[in-house]
Design a protein around this ligand. Sequence first.
Ligand code: DP6
Length: 349
Amino acid sequence: NVFRATTTAPVNIAVIKYWGKRDATLNLPTNSSLSVTLSQRSLRTVTTASCSPNYPATEGDTLTLNGKPENIQASKRTLACLSSLRALRKELESADPSLPKLSSYPLRVVSENNFPTAAGLASSAAGFAALVRAIADLYELPQSPTELSRIARQGSGSACRSLQGGYVAWRAGVKEDGSDSLAEEIAPASHWPEMRALILVVSAEKKDVPSTTGMQTTVSTSPLFATRAEHIVPRRMTGMEEAITKRDFAAFADLTMRDSNNFHAVCLDSEPPIFYLNDVSRAAIRLVNDINRLAGKTVAAYTFDAGPNAVIYYLDEVSELVGGTFKTILGGELEGWEGPFGDRLKGVS
Ligand code: DP6
């Protein structure tokens, strides 16, 4: 009698970035953020959660990531997710005593990414989203993805945006207990089916400065940061939601690129300065600018997370132009790329 559930969770790439925490324990952000969920054909985590009265209690809960055992006890974030999910299961069991007491059995979680971990490709987002979804399924929890986002957020902030598809906003919230810091889908992927994402793997190495550390440095040392969090981002969130609702690619692209640049500007403004972009990243920025100039309008947008890898958003009608240009000009510089939501330009240069 082993109880088991398997699920997958996609990666999301923010177009308005989360950077900075107002509460590092609860993982509450200083500003709202908005992301596009990538197709699971491209980047995803697959996770199986199981529990059984026969699993030795002495082993406790276990987590295996890409074939390697992880030390759960050393990860407060994982422990926080597991205990929140168990508490919800306990509520169900107290309401209905006929249910099996899954909450009292040790848990085994086995997770695999199909992309490099910690290379600035949002692996923690897909990882924690899949962990929460798999255990919620195992426990047959009735909570909605938005309610579960509160738990995933404690694992990794950006993970709260990976429980839903399409265009997802994470509202920063104002409450101290974080109960209003939740993710909500503002439009499904089908709302804008022409949207494409090209992932340029500039480096698959682990990132220099992990996001959690980088954020803390920025919050405590960057004079520019307050302006970003208080004035720049709130206006951009409104503009971005409007651009998505109207399917206005030029506005979407303009805000995406500006917000990526502003995020990397506050990183540079930190003490010591944080550099995530490298020469190839900067070449990708110039290439997007050239493509837009040659097209006579904005047809492509770049964005970078806490690493040098670029994500290029564009519409299907310019797939050949964007894919062809990157392949010709930067192909030799890249370690690989994934085409429009994983379908095209698959393979390594
Ligand atoms: C630059 O979600 O990895 O990708 O909450 O500390 O785990 P923690 O941080 P994390 O930060 C992601 C930062 C970002 C921007 C974003 O995804 O919004």
